[in-house]
Design a binder for this molecule. Structure first.
Ligand code: ZN
Length: 610
């Protein structure tokens, strides 16, 4: 999630909301951001009865015949048939075994040459926020001014009663100087205010009506923490607002309503189902920066029987406050359990990101000349306080889900878990550290020693412009080589879980696994980044997919019932159009989900022409 640091007060923003100094909680990669084909969003939005309709398709017995079955237990798939009965996996064996098990009325799926997997579980994702952008004007998957303008025009005409036209995700590279003009937006939205943050969240494109409502004129001075882009006369606002100037407009946009969040949840859940994802850990649950609480969106979805996925919520730790907030979290955990949702984790964001030097490093960043600077980033929670807080949370049975990007933040997170282990002994809380971009080699073995799961976002582990230009030069030799050391963690016996940080980057598990295996991103390969990123840190496909299944199920305390294909487990499964284990590693990303089931109930089916 893109987060803000503003005078030490935690805030969070995405889409329409933004304030000074935007810091991506995870690294934001323009070139590997979410690629949502317009047609998918349209399809999701026009299928309002989607989940209702699918529910009726319900649970007759099922048999998958001749599938490549990936069990989620670390080994490559084997050809087998699988029977589903009563929402559970009833048999794994030969076609005869399976047909016997399900009886003559069962739906039989010819799965020869296809991959059957345990439903994927995204261990770090923000679906409600991502869905909120999806239901607005979504530009992440688009390229070029024309496509943005077309999207805005379509969105405006499809939403004639929306008071604001908002969304976001355009790329600076598509505009001269990275600064689009209000006139281009005015041509398609002349009457209502329009506001679109760019892909990295540090600037926004607005129309004349938005400037007018915000009272931004030629006489308006730049705010202290931002800049109003001006036309050639040097005074007239041109339609791009940078950093703190963005809030002059974004503060006027109404916060999403409960109904917006419900729609956002539905769209996000349906999209994740279409990728074979059947569960996740929401990495920020809470009211942050005045946005409505997504916790309530889950509780409503559970109450209305719209929540089909299994979800653990990570309650947001307000780092502006201390341990006095623990009581509230205990209460929210007690009442925050409904249907397949449970808010049992606590999210502590320990640092920022490397690209703007807010990730907490053991040694200072290099300056642009390659010399040592004096900046080592920011530990958002004082390490002493962190130790005490984590000891208390651990004693109360909370899982702690850390955000740690820099090697100092990773070490501080590990230290706090060590303090908890010393104080409380081993617990079943299953703490995990997400992002783990830079890990000091001395700390790699501590994951296994302290029984801490490494929560990987593999899509980020590749060469791309942000890595090559904004990260490697400032980490320097040899430190940049300690990034995303998934291979080293595996060799050291660490547990691994997989996640996406969507909407920061795509939740497509096959794409993430492709990068985990190849350390190259398919779309970037053709754009001048064919070199594998630290190839010694590659993991094999079975290890990657095990992280997204059994590994993430473990983190969500759902491994006794899900995460593997074994007799007796709940039938949370997905079928893919091909077996990527049987093809060259360069083709892993091509695998597409064609069906997804939760407890044997079909929640997604690819249309035949997809
Ligand atoms: Zn996140």
């Amino acid at each position: 999630m893109r987060l803000l640091v503003d005078g030490g007060v935690d805030q969070q923003a995405s889409g329409a909301m933004s304030t000074p100094m935007t810091v991506a909680e995870g690294t934001f990669h323009p070139a590997i951001s979410v690629t949502l084909h317009e047609s998918i969003v349209t399809w999701l939005l026009t299928n309002a009865t989607f989940s209702g309709r699918l529910r009726q398709m319900s649970t007759t017995d099922l048999a998958f015949v001749g599938a490549s079955v990936f069990t989620g237990k670390g080994a490559p798939p084997r050809v087998a048939s699988v029977a589903i009965s009563g929402g559970r996996i009833a048999a794994v064996g030969t076609e005869e075994d399976v047909r016997e098990q399900v009886g003559p009325k069962a739906e039989v799926v010819d799965a020869r040459g296809k991959l059957l997997v345990p439903g994927f579980i995204d261990a770090h994702v923000h679906p409600v926020y991502a869905g909120a952008v999806m239901i607005q004007c979504e530009m992440h998957g688009l390229t070029g001014v024309e496509s943005y303008v077309k999207a805005v025009a379509e969105y405006a005409s499809n939403n004639p009663n929306a008071p604001w036209i908002a969304g976001g995700g355009w790329s600076m590279a598509d505009f001269p100087g990275g600064t689009p003009t209000r006139q281009v937006l005015d041509a398609v939205v002349p009457d209502r205010p329009a506001y679109f943050p760019n892909r990295d969240g540090h600037g926004a494109w607005v129309n004349s009506r938005a400037l007018e409502l915000a009272g931004i004129t030629a006489d308006t001075p730049d705010p202290a923490d931002g800049r109003i882009e001006r036309e050639a006369d040097g005074v007239t606002p041109s339609g791009t607002l940078h950093e703190g100037a963005m809030t002059l407009v974004s503060d006027l946009i109404p916060a999403p309503t409960s109904a917006d969040y419900d729609k956002a949840f539905d769209v996000a859940q349906a999209y994740l189902f279409s990728l074979g994802i059947t569960g996740w850990q929401d990495a920020i649950v809470g009211e942050v920066n005045g946005r409505p609480d997504n916790h309530d969106a889950y509780l409503r979805a559970a109450a209305d029987d719209r929540l089909r996925a299994r979800v653990v919520g990570a309650l947001w730790w307000d780092r502006g406050r201390g341990d006095e907030q623990i009581e509230q979290h205990v209460e929210r955990r007690r009442t925050g359990r409904a249907g397949r949702y449970a808010a049992t984790s606590i999210k502590i964001m320990q640092d920022g990101v490397a690209e703007n030097f807010t990730a907490a490093m053991l040694d200072p960043y290099l300056d642009p000349c390659g010399d040592h600077s004096t900046n080592s980033g920011i530990s958002f929670v004082d390490p002493e306080a962190l130790n005490q807080d984590v000891v208390k949370l651990d004693a109360l049975g909370f899982q702690v889900h850390f955000h740690a990007i820099g090697d100092r933040a990773v070490r501080e997170a590990l230290d706090s878990i060590e303090a908890a282990r010393v104080a409380n002994g081993p617990t079943a809380n299953r703490h995990h550290i997400a992002h783990i971009q830079v890990i000091h080699p001395d700390d790699v073995p501590r994951f296994a020693e302290l029984d801490v799961t490494g929560n990987m976002q593999p899509l980020w582990a590749c060469h791309e412009p942000q890595m090559n230009e904004l990260t490697i030069p400032f980490l320097g030799e040899p430190r940049w080589r300690t990034q995303y050391p998934f291979g080293a963690l595996q060799r050291a016996g660490a547990r691994l879980a997989g996640g996406s940080d969507w909407s920061v980057s795509s939740p497509d598990v096959m794409w993430g696994s492709h990068v985990a295996v190849n350390r190259v991103s398919p779309p970037l390969e053709d754009e001048g980044f064919p070199e594998p990123f630290l190839p010694e840190e590659q993991i094999d496909l079975a290890t990657a997919l095990t992280a997204y299944t059994q590994g993430s199920a473990y983190v969500n305390h759902a491994d006794e019932t899900t995460g593997t294909i074994e007799v007796g487990k709940l039938a949370d499964i997905a079928l893919f159009d091909r077996d990527p284990f049987a093809a060259p590693a360069e083709e892993i990303y091509r695998a597409r989900a064609i069906g997804t089931w939760i407890e044997g109930e079909k929640v997604f089916e690819a249309s035949p022409d997809a």
